[in-house]
Write a protein that binds this ligand. Structure first.
Ligand SMILES: [Zn+2]
Length: 163
């Protein structure tokens, strides 16, 4: 028997989220606040169902878009970075790094439970969030899911998980 595999991929032009962020690196360096026009692509692999498809394209696009919309025009804030402690200051989050201090309105932030807003961890967070939505809305768990986040043309990170 040949080993056959099917996958579907959605990477619409409008899967775009324009966000500010900054990361820490090499232990004691921290980027300046800057932005990217991120794009996301989602791929799902698995067996065909009774409809002879893996999963409904429309539903996959809709769920992907809703997460993109949550992020778009927000500051991506890593809530679990020990080098960038985040303080809840009422309507704002304040973030410290050495002598630097930032204060951001909470409503302008996408506060993410990740250790750094690297493209890799954004891809992983996106995949987890999407998997939860697919399970909740459609009772669907992809066999393999791949999420690619591009932070600049020709520069992307991919996270994949097989269940
Ligand atoms: Zn960046």
């Amino acid at each position: 028997m040949p080993d056959e595999r099917y996958s579907i991929r959605v990477n619409k032009d409008y899967f775009l989220f324009c966000c500010a962020h900054f990361i820490t690196y090499n232990g004691d360096d921290c980027e300046r606040l800057h932005g990217h026009n991120y794009r996301v692509a989602v791929e799902v692999e698995g067996p065909l169902d009774a409809n002879h498809y893996i999963f409904d394209f429309v539903a996959l696009k809709r769920r992907t878009q809703s997460i993109v919309d949550e992020l778009d025009h927000h500051l991506l804030l890593a809530m679990e970075n020990p080098l960038l402690p985040v303080t809840d200051a009422g309507n704002n989050y304040t973030v410290n790094f050495g002598a630097k201090m930032w204060s951001f309105p909470k409503e302008d932030c996408a506060a993410l439970p990740i250790a750094n807003t690297t493209t890799e961890l954004l891809a992983k967070w996106f995949a987890g969030r999407l998997a939860k939505e697919l399970e909740k809305q459609y009772g669907y768990t992809p066999e393999t899911m791949r999420v690619e986040v591009e932070e600049a043309t020709g520069q992307s990170a991919t996270y994949s998980i097989t269940r």
